[in-house]
Unconditional design. Structure first.
Lengths: 153, 128
């Protein structure tokens, strides 16, 4: 690339700044945002802990739900804030980048939805371990954390 | 879906039927996506777990460890998750394209910086 540039004429070189400035901005996906990635990663860890406890049989009984309700609510609030931040349109945003942004919001909302569904099962009947009731929340939140944490490089 | 029969037939967890179900889900997923998912990666790993969880739910329902409503909700969640996986794959492709664009313009920016001393893309090129 360097040798190519050295052989390039002045005019070609003069055109590069514009091209570079244009393409360096986020054409396909929003830039990595730690203020989204960090809370979603934390919520994913919180969800994984709830799932592990549920699969260990700790939440078999719905009577135990009120003691755990606050944990679900705290994770939901974190995710809601992260989704709101991810959902904000950027000025001059490219169409593909806007699509990527909405897809990220959908990942975070997916984690919220499955956590809520798990909380509902917990409240209604308790969570039977080994019955495939927790995998959805674990997977949805893992995907959300991966989507939000896509490496900035 | 082809794996459905395996799923309802299974009274206890059987890795062979989980694998058959996973293969069926993988095929369905690839049809929906229009491109290969592959055996590695987060989406394939979750598909495998979902296949396993489906068999567990079927067994738990058959054994009366959960009621029909819990089983129905679990399967609803899995349906939602398949939609989320498809969106995730699309997002991953866009993020990959962005990384590619960043890499190209990092190279160009570095070359321009070396030649002219001007850093056109400071967010990508570290002058140090």
């Amino acid at each position: 690339m360097t040798s190519l540039l050295k052989s390039a004429g002045r005019r070609t070189l003069a055109a590069l700044p514009l091209a570079a400035a244009l393409a360096a901005c986020q054409a396909f996906a929003p830039a990595f945002d730690p203020e989204i990635a960090v809370p979603v990663a934390e919520a994913n860890r919180g969800a994984a802990t709830i799932v592990a406890e549920a699969e260990a049989g700790r939440f078999r009984d719905s009577a135990g739900f009120p003691a755990e309700a606050e944990r679900y609510a705290a994770l939901d609030a974190r995710l809601a804030a992260a989704a709101a931040r991810a959902g904000a349109a950027r000025p001059g945003e490219a169409a593909a980048a806007a699509r990527a942004r909405r897809l990220l919001v959908a990942q975070i909302e997916g984690c919220r939805t499955e956590l809520r569904a798990l909380a509902l099962i917990h409240r209604r009947s308790g969570i039977a371990p080994g019955a495939g009731l927790t995998e959805q929340a674990a997977a949805a939140c893992d995907l959300a954390a991966r989507a939000a944490g896509a490496a900035p490089e | 879906m082809k794996g459905a029969e395996t799923m309802t037939d299974s009274r206890s967890f059987d890795p062979a039927s989980a694998d058959a179900l996973f293969r069926a889900m993988l095929r369905e997923g690839e049809n929906a996506l229009g491109r290969p998912i592959g055996d590695a990666g987060a989406v394939a790993r979750h598909l495998r777990s979902l296949a396993q969880a489906s068999l567990e739910t079927a067994a738990a329902l058959a054994e009366g460890r959960i009621d029909a409503e819990a089983a129905r909700e679990a399967f609803e969640g899995r349906r939602r998750l398949l939609v989320q996986m498809r969106a995730f794959a699309e997002l991953a492709a866009l993020q990959g394209a962005q990384s590619g664009a960043d890499a190209i313009f990092r190279t160009i920016g570095r070359a321009v910086l070396d030649r002219t001393g001007i850093n056109l893309v400071p967010e990508l090129v570290d002058p140090g």
